[in-house]
Unconditional design. Structure first.
Length: 153
C-alpha cells in the first residue's frame, strides 16, 4: 500500500481467507460464507476497516454462471466504507464480465450505501428457512424478508 492521508479510505486487495476472518470477528448476524469468487478490502491509515466478499448467488435460480452476489459486506463502522466496497464490487464484477450483480439486505438496514454506489432496489424476498424435505440446513441466519438489490452493469 502507498502512503494515504490518515482520514482517506483506500481500496486494497485481500484474500478470501482474511476477508472471512474479518467477517467472523465483526459481522452482526452472519457467519462467513463458505466460499467466494473474490474479496475486496477497505483500509484507513493502513488498517483494515471493511471487506466485501463476492461469490455465486445464494438463490438457486440465479446460479446461471453469469450472475455474482455480494454475499457478505462487513465493516467496523467506519463512515463510507460500505459505499466504497459496494461501488468497487460493482466495478470489479463488471470488469470480470459478469452482466449481473446482486445482494440482499434486511429491510431495517435502509440501503443508503447501496443507493450511494448506484445499486437499485429491485424487490423483496419472502424470507424463510433453507431446510427442505430433501435437504436439512442449519437456520443460523435471519429468516425475515430481505430486500434484493441489483447493480446496473
Amino acid at each position: 500500500m502507498h502512503d494515504a492521508a490518515p482520514d482517506r479510505l483506500e481500496l486494497a486487495p485481500i484474500t478470501l481467507k482474511a476477508a472471512r476472518a474479518f467477517v467472523g470477528e465483526h459481522h452482526r448476524h452472519h457467519r462467513p460464507p463458505a466460499g467466494g469468487l473474490f474479496a475486496l478490502a477497505a483500509t484507513k491509515a493502513g488498517h483494515l476497516v471493511g471487506v466485501a466478499i463476492v461469490g455465486r448467488p445464494s438463490a438457486r435460480h440465479a446460479q446461471d454462471g453469469r450472475t455474482a452476489e455480494v454475499t457478505r459486506l462487513c465493516t467496523d463502522g467506519t463512515p463510507n466504507a460500505c459505499s466504497l466496497l459496494y461501488g468497487w464490487a460493482r466495478r470489479a464484477a463488471q470488469v470480470l464480465g459478469y452482466p449481473r450483480l446482486l445482494t440482499y439486505t434486511l429491510p431495517d438496514e435502509g440501503g443508503a450505501s447501496l443507493r450511494a454506489s448506484g445499486w437499485k432496489l429491485v424487490g423483496r424476498t419472502r424470507g424463510g428457512r433453507w431446510t427442505r424435505r430433501a435437504r436439512s440446513r442449519a437456520d443460523d441466519h435471519p429468516l425475515d424478508e430481505k430486500d434484493r438489490w441489483e447493480a446496473p452493469l
